[in-house]
Write a protein of this length. Structure first.
Length: 379
């Protein structure tokens, strides 16, 4: 198949899913083009035969900001005209689904080969951004007009049908995120000071300062029993400064390590006794899945699709979103009992293998594309 993928060039989340999907499809001998306004980091360091198109547009004094979305649409249309595409797969509704639909219309008007638009909803494109009154009408249109819509969790599918009245529930298929079990695998084992790790873009929704507070409470419990631990924070973003301030105020300078953006995720995830996710919203939790594949149990909040990824009490421990003491208690229990954290980590790896194996999930996308091309898709 000839497949075009549109995505945001993000370090995590949808940018990673789109890049990994592009690489896997190319490995399966499809012709794959990826379009973005910058190079997605996961793709930049991969050798796979995906053709990447970075379109940024030209600045002009009339524009408040350069409309790179239009430049991307132009590039897709040009490629469809010259080489032809069967499917255009938009990751994140705003603006990519709209761009893909516009290209589909332009292609139809020019009597080019038919183009099927698949939109994958990732989370905040429905819950925070897409639901905002300034974007909601367009998000509703994107969902209704796409040839197929997928959501990365059952929770997100339900939220979409609740938030966007009139979208038929059967019209949204759940295709979960996935992980490469070869790349993300358990390492040599744990030794030294017990550690918890967190990876994110440090946006408000991830609540990293709250996580540092929870770690401070956990450390107090551990210290009272003569134990010690550290928290490793990977990533960068708007709340990095506040997280640093909280760590300093709580006297945690020797216990919290800030590593900034890193690529060597398996090496950072696999030695940890726990992976922490303190988000107020999480449609799936891709980094939690990557940690699970590395054999690391998750301490998290019971929000969104996270309970579909982490089986509470088996592959991790989940607590209500405002329960700081509960979260801290879970963290302390895994940091002080290596036997328990290892057993949960092994269960986490098993769950990642059984449900979220890259090859199996990529097949689901291929099957959806085929059904669309053959005109067999129900909606
Ligand atoms: O968090 C975001 O706003 C970014 C978004 C994305 O598109 O990168 O993340 C969402 O998509 C990821 C990939 O499907 C999911 O693993 C994340 O859970 C989801 N983030 C939220 O729902 C907050």
């Amino acid at each position: 198949m000839r497949i075009g993928i549109l995505c945001h060039p993000t370090y995590g989340g949808s940018g990673v899913v789109a890049s990994e999907l592009a690489l896997s499809l190319a490995e399966n001998d499809h012709r794959v083009h990826l379009f973005s306004h910058d190079m997605p980091p996961r793709l930049a360091r991969a050798p796979g035969p995906v053709e990447v198109h970075v379109a940024q547009g030209s600045p002009y004094p009339l524009f408040h900001s350069t409309p790179h979305d239009l430049a991307i649409m132009s590039r897709v249309l040009d490629l469809h005209r010259s080489e032809g595409l069967d499917v255009l797969h938009a990751h994140y509704a705003i603006p990519h689904a709209i761009s893909a639909l516009q290209v589909r219309s332009a292609a139809a008007e020019a009597k080019l080969d038919p183009l099927r638009v698949v939109t994958t909803l990732h989370g905040t494109d429905i819950t925070l951004v897409g639901n905002d009154p300034s974007y909601a009408p367009l998000t509703r249109y994107a969902i209704a007009a796409s040839d197929a819509v997928t959501a990365v969790s059952e929770d997100l599918r339900l939220r979409t049908t609740d938030n966007f009245e009139g979208v038929p529930p059967c019209g949204i298929e759940v295709i979960p995120n996935f992980v490469d079990l070869e790349e993300f695998r358990p390492g040599a084992g744990r030794s030294g000071r017990p550690s918890a790790v967190h990876v994110s873009n440090f946006r408000k929704v991830k609540r990293v300062p709250w996580l540092v507070e929870a770690f401070a409470l956990a450390l107090e419990q551990l210290a009272a029993r003569g134990s010690d631990a550290e928290l490793v924070l990977v990533g960068d973003g708007p709340q990095l400064g506040e997280a640093r301030r909280v760590a300093h105020q709580r006297g945690l300078d020797g216990h919290v390590k800030f590593l900034g953006l890193r690529d060597a995720l398996p090496d950072l995830l696999s030695p940890a006794d726990a992976f922490c996710v303190a988000s107020t919203e999480e449609s799936f939790g891709l980094s939690a899945l990557e940690a699970m594949a590395c054999g690391t149990a998750v301490v998290g909040t019971r929000v969104g699709g996270l309970p579909e990824v982490v089986e509470d009490g088996v592959s991790g421990l989940l607590s209500p979103v405002e329960d700081l003491a509960g979260f801290a208690g879970h963290l302390a229990s895994l940091l002080e009992d290596r036997g328990r954290s290892s057993a949960m980590g092994a269960a986490a790896r098993e769950r990642a293998t059984a449900l979220f194996d890259r090859r199996r999930v990529v097949e689901q996308y291929e099957s959806l594309y085929r059904r669309l091309i053959e005109g067999r898709h129900a909606s």
